[in-house]
Ligand binder design. Structure first.
Ligand code: ADP
Length: 312
């Protein structure tokens, strides 16, 4: 268990953890076709683990709760967490499923195609949840790559203890947001917003309407819509505004959203007003887009602070 200085915000991330396999190919094979790939590499991923590592690099004192399989990927992923100073005592090794695995096919000049095998991420059990709350934390961060039942149950456990919940509402799915409890901030991107509300987010006016719908469905949570290169739309009880993105030379937007939410959470828990915390999230998200991959691209607090200083 890493020793946490008093000042560092304590964050419990309950979420997914996967081994990603990034393969570079000319084109996706058609049924029955075999193609030669250019190369492949393995990298730790999963929205939960990305958020945990991002929050740790940005100065959070982070515990990760989830499940890996009893296999070499699971061992490797556990080590990547502990190497980053993330507390892995709530990462259970399940016997009934392999570690989550995600082949990512990167086509020359094309969109990425991703297959996610959730594997052990589906093995988090309801009876595991109360133990996740044995030690006090300042906030719980979750995403939607683990069973809905677990996310809802954890939100009730958090609410019962007065712990704020920050939900990164991805990947896109129809999730019963109104059943969440203790929700402090909900943060989907454009497609996730569409999946949750049925509303498009192509303009600031549409973002405003969608944010209001989300706020209502989440019983008054603050809403932070992630809008890629445009930035983020923030709606709180007494504040509503577009927070612009920082223009950068983006090379790979993988994990920009995971980084953004983690950074915003760390800054918010340090006591910054949410508007400033969102700006900090935009800086971290922008930095993540300037590098390839998920976890390798996650910036440190020193990098985000230098980035912001250079733009003041
Ligand atoms: P997701 O990865 O969940 O789709 P976004 O793409 O909206 O989320 O990215 C999250 C945040 O990262 C954005 O709100 C923005 O601040 C920053 N960001 C993402 N893409 C870019 C980009 N191309 N240029 C600058 N900032 C970006």
């Amino acid at each position: 268990m890493p020793v946490c200085q008093e000042k560092r915000p304590k964050i419990l991330v309950i979420g997914s953890i996967n081994m990603d396999m990034v393969a570079r190919i000319d084109h996706i094979p058609l049924p029955g076709e075999t193609v030669l790939g250019q190369g492949y590499s393995f990298a730790p991923g999963g929205k939960g683990a990305n958020a945990a590592v991002a929050a740790a690099r940005l100065g959070g004192c982070v515990a990760f709760a989830g499940c890996v399989g009893d296999d070499s990927y699971g061992q490797a992923l556990r080590k990547t967490l502990t190497d980053e100073g993330v507390d892995d005592r709530l990462l259970r090794t399940a016997q009934d499923a392999p570690t989550g695995y995600a082949p990512i096919l990167v086509q020359a000049g094309g969109e990425n195609s991703i297959i996610v095998f959730p594997g052990a991420n589906r093995s988090i059990r309801p009876e595991d949840v109360p133990a996740m709350f044995r030690e006090p934390v300042d906030a719980v961060m979750m995403q939607l790559e683990i069973p809905t039942e677990i996310v809802l149950l954890a939100s009730r456990e958090a609410e019962a203890r007065g712990i704020p919940v920050i939900l990164d509402a991805g990947p896109a799915c129809s999730f019963p947001l109104e059943e969440m409890r203790g929700l402090s901030i909900v943060s989907p991107n454009e497609t996730e917003t569409m999946a949750l509300t049925g509303l498009p987010v192509d303009s600031e006016a549409e973002a405003r309407a969608a944010a209001r719908a989300l706020r209502e469905r989440s019983h008054g949570a603050d809403v932070v819509l992630k809008m890629g290169a445009r930035g983020a739309y923030l709606l709180t009880k007494d504040f509503e505004s577009m927070v612009p993105a920082f223009p950068v030379e983006a090379v790979d937007t993988t994990a920009a959203g995971d980084t953004f939410t983690a950074a915003m959470t760390v800054a918010y828990l340090r006591g910054e007003p949410l508007e400033r915390a969102v700006r900090y999230g935009c800086a971290a998200g922008a930095l993540a887009t300037t590098r390839l991959g998920a976890q390798p691209s996650l910036p440190t607090a020193a990098e985000v602070e230098a980035f912001l200083r250079a733009r003041e």
